[in-house]
Ligand binder design. Structure first.
Ligand code: ZN
Length: 65
């Protein structure tokens, strides 16, 4: 039942593209709580995606939320 780091990082990047299921979300949160490496990875990836989204906003014509 416990997530390993590989599964966790897969969920982290999946979570940026689609909403995670409740189970996935809970399992990921639990792993991030216990694992500093994945927590850092999650923050870095989130920041990266955020920057990419901001940079891409002008190109696809979407104004975001
Ligand atoms: Zn981990």
């Amino acid at each position: 039942m416990k997530l390993n780091c590989r599964a966790a990082s897969r969920l982290i990047s999946a979570g940026l593209d689609r909403p995670l299921s409740a189970t996935e979300h809970v399992r990921l949160r639990m792993h991030l709580f216990l694992c500093g490496n994945c927590r850092q990875f999650s923050q870095q990836l989130g920041a990266l995606r955020e920057a990419a989204r901001r940079a891409g906003q002008g190109e696809d014509g979407s104004t975001g939320e």
